[in-house]
Write a protein that binds this ligand. Structure first.
Ligand SMILES: Cc1cc2nc3c(=O)[nH]c(=O)nc-3n(C[C@H](O)[C@H](O)[C@H](O)COP(=O)(O)O)c2cc1C
Length: 179
């Protein structure tokens, strides 16, 4: 049986390039990993007052992560940092203390942007957060994708063979990383 991966996408945008990347990765690695995007649309802003009785959307998100063999973060960069949507999901998943879902989970990061730096700054910010949470974060290969609009074809598939190969290798390495 293939390993189950909870995919946390840091964009809620309908036509999100990062959502497309997550779906393309799911397709490219379907024989080795089962990637499922965790819905975040209805996850409210984190509020510590709700720790004792979290909303259903949060419980659903935490369950998906808890039951997964690994977590893949696919994120845009907002103002040289990680989007609030992503940080919010991470904060919910980390609480209450001792009942977080991230600790010990193998993790990897990917991101795509229309701009030239391909989410590198956001990913650099995300790394220490995931390490601090006790995730087993894969260091290589890194996935910084720029030039987003031309990266996919009209059907949402990764257009170029060399890019498909790169992503396939990333997925194979992540599967090995999970063990
Ligand atoms: C609030 C905001 C801030 C942004 N800041 C950056 C940035 O710092 N670096 C960058 O490469 N792109 C930045 N962008 C452009 C995003 O890369 C672009 O909107 C991208 O399509 C967002 O990802 P998505 O397609 O998955 O929604 C920003 C976009 C928004 C809406």
């Amino acid at each position: 049986m293939t390993k189950k991966i909870a995919v946390i996408v840091g964009s809620l945008r309908k036509d999100s390039f990062n959502k497309k990347l997550a779906l393309a990765l799911a397709e490219l690695g379907r024989d080795i990993l089962t990637l499922e995007v965790t819905p975040l649309e209805d996850v409210p802003l984190y509020n510590q007052d709700l720790d004792a009785d979290p909303p259903a959307s949060v419980l659903r998100m935490k369950k998906a992560a808890a039951e997964a063999d690994g977590v893949l973060f696919v994120t845009p960069e907002y103002n040289r940092g990680i989007p609030a949507v992503l940080k919010n999901a991470i904060d919910w998943g980390s609480r209450p203390t001792g009942k977080g879902v991230w600790t010990g989970k193998p993790a990897a990061i990917a991101g795509i942007s229309p701009g030239v730096i391909g989410t590198a700054v956001a990913q650099a910010q995300l790394r220490p957060i995931l390490v601090m949470l006790g995730m087993k974060l894969m260091g290589q290969p890194e996935v910084y994708i720029s030039g987003a609009p031309g990266y996919f074809d009209a059907t949402g598939c990764v257009a170029e063979e060399k890019n498909r190969k790169y992503l396939r290798n990333f997925l194979e390495r992540f599967a090995e990383w999970i063990g």
